[in-house]
Design a protein around this ligand. Structure first.
Ligand SMILES: Nc1ncnc2c1ncn2[C@@H]1O[C@H](COP(=O)(O)OP(=O)(O)OP(=O)(O)O)[C@@H](O)[C@H]1O
Length: 464
């Protein structure tokens, strides 16, 4: 898969050229823009892997650009280049959700190091890892449906790899050289989702400072993944249905209809048929999406995948910088005995911890630390963690819980609460501050809640 370009936004042409040349000299693909508005247009034409932007520019400055990126591409890293000596600018940038900042003047090395650290990497993993017969059957189905134009509905518990399989369908399809655009319907505020999906014209609503193509347009010729489709509200479901039926879209505030050639894949971790029965999901939309349903089994139903996935995840985190440690026989047995309620995402967390804890080149069972409550039926109040953030009510600790696991969870809890506090309860900004995606933050918070650990009330209210 090709590398996503770095978007450099700087109005000083000489400085922009120097930055572009430096990045290109390090083998990075770069596109450039002279201000925020041009940058937004460039992002509308192609997906980018990171934005490096100046703060002071006209007509649209770096702050407005940052705000736009945070609402339209919440996961995209943005590094702000702040003026020398202006600590306020740096603080302001971080408050606005910047991933990091570079104070001018900076060395080429510092720039390259920062870009390498933060840019989004295309999944260079070569498709899903699958060794269990159940997964091999899903892969075969995915390959078969890829050739057709059929809408695919991928169902499965959270963390089973629905996005990975959606991308696999795209990569096996005749559309593989065109865009694959993913949108998480649950991660975008309800009132923004329509604009993000369908696009808008300049002035369509307060804050629409420039025209912007929606995800449908961005996916033109390629594939659009509507992740967590069940989280879309009913009125937007009606609009989505119309777009899918008519195969054309109209931007908000626009009068032109744009014909679409987009293959749609939707995912859900809820039982959509049940949501239809409960009146939460439109029946007609359900039938339109459910042309080719594929169920991804939970990890506990495909045990043969576990060792291969564990090795794959270890390698991914070692990034070729060091040889990935091996798993001891007892560690492997322990992984196979675990219930994995958080599926592969949980396995990924366990492997990341194991890499930190392992001594030498083998991971033993003692380096494996599982999510709290994961080995027991999850019920409210079964929390293992005891994280007394100063002044916070401490969640209860279950007897016999593992000390190190507790310490890790404590630290995680503390980091999450501190980040939410600093960001006034904004999940999106807290996630950016923590360097994780809003989705990962949501997942972590859900796991904490499942373990009976509630966030302090003043934060919980804003997060409900
Ligand atoms: N078959 C697989 N091979 C390699 N990695 C995988 C596989 N399945 C999942 N992963 C990894 O597991 C993590 C979770 O996968 P993914 O985001 O696709 O799950 P999901 O089902 O879409 O989750 P959610 O419902 O929470 O959105 C990712 O880091 C992904 O790269």
């Amino acid at each position: 898969m090709s590398e996503l370009p770095i978007l450099v936004v700087e109005d000083d042409a000489d400085l922009r050229e120097a930055i572009v040349e430096t990045l290109m000299a390090h083998g990075l693909t770069v596109i450039e823009a002279a201000d925020g508005e041009t940058a937004i247009e460039a992002m509308g034409r192609q997906p980018v892997g990171m934005v490096v932007t100046d703060v002071q520019m006209a007509p649209m400055d770096g702050r407005a650009l940052l705000a736009h990126v945070r609402s339209h591409h919440p996961e995209l890293p943005v590094v702000m280049m702040t003026a020398y000596g202006t600590v306020e600018q740096a603080v302001d940038a971080m408050r606005g959700g910047a991933t990091d900042y570079l104070m001018k003047p900076f060395e080429a090395e510092g720039l390259v190091e920062m870009v390498e650290r933060h840019r989004l990497q295309p999944e260079a993993d070569g498709g899903p890892v699958a060794e269990d017969p159940a997964s091999l059957r899903v892969l075969e189905l995915a390959r078969r449906v890829a050739d057709s134009e059929a809408t695919v509905l991928l169902c499965g518990e959270s963390g089973t790899g629905k996005e990975v399989y959606a991308r696999y369908v795209h990569d096996c399809s005749p559309r593989r050289d065109q865009a694959f655009v993913a949108i998480n319907c649950a991660a975008i505020p309800e009132n923004m989702l329509e604009a993000v999906l369908f696009g808008y014209e300049k002035g369509a609503f307060t804050g629409a400072q420039a025209a912007h193509p929606g995800k449908f347009e961005q996916a033109q010729g390629g594939t659009l993944l509507l992740d967590e489709i069940s989280e879309m509200d009913l009125s937007l479901q009606a609009k989505l249905l119309r777009v899918l039926q008519e195969r054309e879209v109209e931007r908000l505030g626009g009068r032109r209809t744009i014909e679409l050639d987009v293959r749609v894949i939707a995912t859900t971790n809820r039982d959509l048929a049940a949501a239809v029965r409960e009146g939460q999901f439109r029946e007609d939309l359900y039938y339109r999406l459910n042309v080719f349903p594929v169920r991804l089994p939970p990890l506990r139903e495909r045990l043969d995948d576990i060792p291969a996935l564990a090795r794959h995840l270890l390698q991914r985190h070692c990034r070729g910088e060091r040889p990935a440690p091996a798993l001891s026989g007892t560690a492997e047995a322990r992984l196979l005995a675990h219930a994995w309620p958080g599926n592969i995402r949980e396995l990924d967390n366990v492997m990341q911890r194991a890499l930190i804890l392992a001594d030498g080149d083998t991971i033993g069972a003692e380096a494996l630390h599982f999510e709290p409550g994961a080995d027991m039926p999850v019920s409210a109040g079964s929390g293992e963690m005891s994280p007394p953030v100063s002044g916070e009510p401490a969640p209860s600790a279950a007897a016999g819980s593992n000390g190190l696991d507790d310490a890790l969870k404590q630290r995680e809890y503390r980091l999450i609460v501190d980040a939410l506090r600093s960001e006034g309860g904004s999940r999106k900004q807290a996630a950016a501050r923590l360097g994780i995606s809003p989705r990962t933050l949501r997942y972590k918070m859900a796991r904490l809640r499942e373990a009976g650990i509630e966030l302090p009330r003043d934060l919980g209210a804003k997060l409900a």
